[in-house]
Design a protein around this ligand. Structure first.
Ligand SMILES: Nc1ncnc2c1ncn2[C@@H]1O[C@H](COP(=O)(O)OP(=O)(O)O)[C@@H](O)[C@H]1O
Ligand SMILES: [Mg+2]
Length: 384
């Protein structure tokens, strides 16, 4: 747990505080996002937490102990620090970069080897392939991952991350954020995370602290900031599209219709077509014998076909996971012209379906009827 009490920073020679009497508590295992426009004091506030910046007044406690009472080397060992300019050492391999701090701490080689492999595993970068690579042989996203791993090498319970994904293009950024959240779900670190991107804040934060000119304007869950912005500043900051942003907060499993109408690949095309016509379905999901997604058929594909549905099925290349957020699901749905997206688990087993109608009922705006091609009844299991 990190507790800040009236923390203030006035840089020498400056009249105005860069951080002005900020009080907040970050409970263990939570991600606290510091957000605000450039120059509002995010980095300064964070750097005070591991004493990279002296505190002018106020106190910072970690697990109940004033950080000024801690040995500074010990403190930094306890606190991982990752910054936007990843600063991987260019002349060192991935292995050597990650191993920097463990080496300083005198870990033996076996322990370091195991830790490096374990960390690379965590971000799905096979150790055999990446251990010996140099930073110039990595993509931007991979380099950033290594930067994050390096800050985690000694498994610090507390992590400070200053715009760790700031330099990454939007697509890789989403992927990294998702990976990061998956890792966090397992490791449950206490994390202070700086960003100036409100989407990132809403997606990543258990709590969000909005700063302006060094002052803490509002501190709460993303939902609280979106639903009950404290004043006009917060409203403007979170944006007029507040209701859309709620899509970042909700998960596919919160909105999906379970047990969607479907048929199986080994069923006769003729019979399935007959049933679709009588039920008024234009499209239908096709599952295999284990209830994994095979794809979909439409009435045109089945018309006149004599074999089984599996012979003509069109693969479903775009799916979502039940734990993805609705915004990602919506963008997938829009990139896929059927007005639906299917939720599958890690084994490709179908968990549910989302259509435009369910999405819209979540955000509460008007909708088109594309999702309706799948029939009015979108749940109800197997059709025949
Ligand atoms: N070392 C420094 N000396 C003097 N002023 C600084 C220093 N570092 C930051 N500042 C000032 O403190 C304020 C907050 O900066 P910073 O914490 O970097 O903001 P943010 O990370 O939110 O962009 C800014 O006005 C900045 O100019
Ligand atoms: Mg900054």
């Amino acid at each position: 747990m990190i507790e800040l009490e009236r923390v203030t920073k006035i840089f020498p020679g400056s009249e105005i505080p860069a951080v002005d009497s900020v009080s907040l508590t970050v409970p263990n295992g939570e991600i606290c996002i510091l957000i605000g426009s450039s120059g509002c004091g995010k980095t300064t506030l964070m750097r005070m937490m591991n004493r990279l910046e002296p505190i002018t007044s106020g106190t910072i406690k970690i697990d109940g102990e004033n950080i000024l009472q801690k040995d500074v080397i010990d403190l930094r060992r306890h606190v991982g620090y990752a910054i936007q300019q990843i600063g991987l050492f260019p002349h060192m391999t991935v292995y050597e970069n990650i191993a920097t701090v463990p080496k300083l701490l005198g870990w033996d080689k076996k322990r370091i080897d195991e830790r490096v492999d374990e960390l690379l595993e965590l971000v799905k970068m096979p150790a055999e392939t990446f251990r010996g690579r140099y930073p110039r042989e990595l993509s931007g996203g991979q380099a950033q991952r290594i930067g994050v791993l390096r800050s985690m090498a000694t498994d610090p319970p507390l992590m400070l991350m200053d715009e760790p994904f700031g330099a990454i293009d939007p697509i890789n950024r989403e992927t990294l954020q998702d990976e990061f959240l998956k890792i966090q779900a397992k490791l449950k670190k206490t994390i202070v995370f700086v960003t100036h991107d409100i989407h990132e804040a809403i997606k990543m934060g258990d709590k969000v602290a909005l700063l302006d000119a060094g002052r803490l304007i509002q501190y709460g869950t993303p939902e609280e900031l979106l639903t009950y912005p404290k004043n006009q500043f917060v409203k403007d900051f979170v944006g007029a599209d507040r209701s859309l942003k709620r899509l970042d907060l909700l998960k596919v499993k919160d909105a999906m219709l379970t047990d969607p109408v479907h048929c199986h690949a080994d069923q006769s095309s003729e019979k399935v077509l007959e049933q679709m016509l009588s039920d008024g379905l234009n499209y239908l999901l096709v599952l295999d014998e284990e209830d994994r997604i095979k794809g979909y058929v439409n009435v045109d594909m089945l018309r006149g076909h004599k074999g089984v549905v599996g012979d003509v099925v069109h693969p479903m290349t775009i799916t979502v996971g039940p734990d993805q957020n609705l915004k990602d699901a919506l963008s997938k749905m829009l990139s896929f012209d059927l007005g639906i997206v299917v939720a599958v688990d890690d084994d490709e087993k179908v968990q549910g379906i989302l259509n435009t109608r369910t999405m819209v009922s979540v955000v509460g705006e008007t909708y088109d009827e594309r999702g309706g091609h799948w029939g009015k009844i979108t749940t109800g299991g197997k059709i025949i």
